[in-house]
Design a protein around this ligand. Structure first.
Ligand code: ANZ
Length: 805
């Protein structure tokens, strides 16, 4: 017997909507904030990867609600972004309309999957009421000195007349080209807003300590921030009075420093290069502009560089050493200059051997045919000779500091955050420039600074945002003065930096209370931090780092009460195609959840996606598995239809029921959503074995547990059992520990070491009774009759062993 998923699912979705079943409550002192990474509302709609994480959080949220917690479980849309802008460009349509249409489709899809989101809390980052607060937060960053304008390199594409994001650039033969149109792309400095995330680098590392995040994710963040302790040593140039500062983590190798290398972009190059080398060096600098940092640091690439004609003095050997320029040195790390120690650094080794530079070993090693990067005693190093690495670093550091040759320095791989996009479809900056270039903040009461409406999306052609073409919008009078607006917009990351706070502030869709109101303070205290955050690992560094940074700033200015936003985080794995490949449009192997909802039902899809395997694992889709999930739901349906239930408990299922409740509870607590399903299956199997009416309370509580995974079917069964809806608002079942003691044990019967039978008996039964019982088993009798019994060994609760001759 099959149930009609179409009828059942529609019916209950309507019921939940009409009865506001999942409205966020504020009645308990226990709270659970359970968050999904919100989607970008693309034109393609949801794919089957989305429900994997969303079902997991839904299962968790539903359990917490049943456990009497106030639950905040919202969803919204990360709605600004390039695809909408590109679509608008192509079709001449308004990106806002396009975005809103997509959001409607997403919302409908989510509703058909039966997620218990509070849809009244929906946010849309591109709504002016939302970005009013994004702009307000930007102003706080500015007031804290954490936002400023700098010149920074962008990817400039002359052919398209626009700046491109890194993802829009492809690298071929060491050169950059636009992904669309295949035009050449070069780096070009432009005025950019920069957020000084590096000032929070240590806090971002330290804050990880107390978070319940996967270790791999914490490591990714630590490495991304890349804290590195070293020294800046100043080398005197021989030709003029310039000092060349280099950053090194190995000052102990100074006696092996045989040359210096500057990044091509370093300002020092121009002052140091001698006339003879100027032309060639300038050409080299130009060529470096078409290479990405990743290419430049690629260890396998052959190093290139040029001599500048200039020399510096090694302060410890007093010898002149040549100064080179090479693109394996990056300008924005350390000081943009390094001391070359070819004997003990691979990159320097490659460089020195290629250009015939001097190589001096300063650490003892046998094989001198390549760089030695291991540890050993110092040699050729005067007062450092005989010392190991740590001792030598300490001694030389002391000397360098005493002689004022340099200073200690901590460097981070983390860069300050380039916060400008030369795009139309993003948050405008809430500032204006006066005629003399001074920056003024727009008053709080005049926020938001809204995007203009109309047909203006063509690229400006100058690399500025398309907004630069809308003169009426750019040139305004503010507080009686002629001013200009900023024409760049914020990157898509801005809106997602604080959306988990926006849900708390949202009274009804796109209607948010002030972030600095008293009520906001109360609600932040109630709901923060997020108790469970589930999303893909692709956001390990950017989103999760940016959001933590904003949160820490908001904590410092006392807007939020917790130092960190996301207490527990789990990365969901991907759903791969049946072939094991990644699902992608181009391969035509994408599975559309709408079709599965149609054919198998939403409950089946939900159950299948969590039952496939651990949440964190990437797993292959299987239609057989999907069918299996549906079959099990049909089996559950038949169980309720077919079996007789009784208000009397005959005790048969006491153990299994209590065991299942206990395990399901702890497994969901640990986000082991798949194994909890196996437990529910065990219970159903046990019911099917029963011949007498089954205790109704156990069945009811089973349906309550089922409602986490298959909420529509569970509501239907709950009603069939004669109860009033909604099953989602009942209580989570408790288990009785005293029923978990197994009263029966299985005894094995062996004759001459061979297993001949087993039997069940009450625990603790004495030896004589066990022996007696064993000897009377039909299966055992033939082995002992007419034989001489030599030995009888009985172990209580375990075994009866008889040796015969
Ligand atoms: C001399 C030396 C000798 C170095 C040695 C290493 C080994 P981390 O740990 O990543 O911070 N370096 C410094 N600035 C650089 C730049 N702008 N571009 C490329 N490389 C740069 O690495 C620090 C080391 O990376 C520094 O220590 C410097 O090389 C190099 F046996 O100085 B070292």
């Amino acid at each position: 017997m099959e149930y009609s998923h179409k009828k059942v699912e529609k019916k209950w979705q309507k019921y939940w909507e009409e009865n506001h079943t999942f409205k966020t409550t504020d009645k308990s002192d226990k709270k659970a904030y359970i968050l999904d990474m919100f989607p970008y509302p693309s034109g393609a709609g949801l794919h089957v990867g989305h429900p994997k994480g969303y079902t997991a959080t839904d299962v968790f949220s539903r359990m917490r609600r049943l456990q009497g917690y106030d639950v905040l479980h919202p969803i919204g849309y990360d709605a600004f972004g390039l695809p909408a802008e590109q679509y608008a460009l192509k079709t001449g349509n308004d990106p806002t309309e396009f975005t809103l249409k997509n959001i409607d489709i997403f919302r409908e899809q989510l509703k058909t999957l039966g997620f218990s989101f509070d849809y009244e809390k929906e946010v849309n980052t591109s709504n002016p009421n939302y970005y009013r607060i994004t702009q307000w937060i930007f102003q706080q960053l500015y007031k804290q000195g954490l936002a400023e304008i700098r010149y920074a390199d962008v990817n400039w594409c002359e052919g398209l007349g626009t700046v491109l994001a890194n993802e829009e650039v492809v690298v071929k033969n060491n050169k950059m080209y636009s992904d669309i149109g295949d035009f050449e792309v070069v780096k070009r400095p432009m005025k950019q807003w920069v957020l000084k995330i590096t000032e929070y680098a240590d806090r971002l590392i330290d804050g990880l300590e107390d978070l319940d995040w996967p270790k791999s994710l914490k490591d990714l963040q630590r490495n991304w921030i890349g804290r590195s302790e070293g020294l800046v040593i100043k080398f005197q140039s021989q030709n003029n009075n310039l000092k060349i500062p280099v950053f090194t983590t190995r000052p102990d190798t100074i006696f092996g420093t045989t040359y210096l290398v500057l990044a091509p972009e370093s300002d020092l190059v121009k002052s140091l290069v001698t006339n003879e080398y100027k032309e060639k060096v300038n050409q080299y600098i130009e060529e470096a502009k078409s290479k990405t940092d990743i290419q430049r640091q690629d260890e396998s690439r052959e190093k290139t560089g040029l001599f500048t004609g200039a020399y510096a003095i090694n302060p410890f050997t007093n010898k002149p050493i040549p100064i080179w320029v090479a693109d394996y040195v990056l300008n924005d790390y350390g000081t943009g200059a390094v001391m070359g120690v070819p004997a003990h650094d691979d990159r320097d080794w490659d460089f020195a051997t290629k250009y015939g530079l001097e190589i001096i070993h300063v650490i003892e090693c046998k094989d001198k045919s390549k760089a030695f990067v291991g540890e050993g005693k110092h040699i050729n190093s005067d007062f450092l000779d005989g010392l190991n690495k740590q001792e030598a670093i300490e001694k030389i550091t002391k000397k360098i500091l005493e002689q004022n040759l340099g200073e200690k320095k901590v460097n981070y791989k983390l860069r300050d955050w380039l916060f400008s996009r030369q795009r139309f479809y993003g948050e405008p900056f809430p500032i204006v420039f006066s005629e003399d270039g001074q920056i003024a903040l727009i008053d709080e009461k005049d926020l938001p600074v809204e995007l203009p409406k109309g047909a203006y999306l063509k690229p400006s052609g100058t690399g500025e945002s398309p907004l630069a073409n809308i003169h009426d919008w750019v040139n305004i009078e503010y507080k009686g003065k002629k001013v200009k607006r900023e024409t760049n917009t914020m990157p898509q990351w801005a809106g997602s930096c604080w959306y988990y706070l926006a849900y708390i502030l949202t009274i009804s869709p796109n209607n948010l209370m002030d972030i600095n109101s008293e009520e906001a303070q109360r609600l932040f205290k109630k709901w923060l931090p997020v108790d469970l955050y589930i999303g893909g690992q692709e956001h390990a560094t950017l989103h999760l780092l940016y959001a933590r940074f904003w949160h820490q700033v908001l904590y410092d200015i006392k807007i939020v009460p917790t130092p960190e936003p996301f207490q527990k985080l789990v990365n969901q794995g991907m759903i791969l195609a049946e072939s094991g490949e990644k699902m992608s449009k181009s391969k035509g192997n994408v599975i559309n959840p709408d079709e599965i909802v149609e054919s198998h039902g939403a409950d089946t899809l939900r159950l299948y996606e969590v039952f496939m395997g651990p949440l964190e694992a990437s797993l292959q889709w299987s239609f057989t598995g999907l069918d299996g999930s549906r079959k099990w739901l049909d089996r559950v349906y038949r169980m309720i239809e077919k079996f007789e239930f009784s208000s009397e408990n005959n005790g048969h299922l006491d153990f299994i029921y209590n065991d299942v409740v206990k395990k399901v509870t702890s497994m969901i607590e640990d986000c082991k959503f798949n194994t909890a399903v196996s437990q529910l299956m065990t219970f159903v199997n046990a019911v099917y074995k029963e011949e007498e009416p089954v205790y109704i309370e156990y069945i009811k509580n089973f349906v309550v547990m089922l409602s986490l995974y298959a909420p529509h079917l569970a509501e239907e069964l709950w009603e069939k059992l004669g109860n009033k809806p909604s099953v989602a608002l009942q209580s989570w079942p408790q288990y009785d520990e005293s029923k978990l003691v197994q009263n029966e044990v299985t005894i094995a019967v062996q004759i001459n070491g061979k297993l001949r039978a087993t039997f069940e008996i009450e625990k603790g039964t004495n030896e004589a009774t066990l022996l007696e019982k064993a000897k009377n088993i039909e299966n055992v009798k033939p082995y002992i009759e007419n034989k001489t019994i030599i030995k009888e060994i009985v172990v209580v609760d375990k075994i009866v062993n008889i040796v015969v001759k």
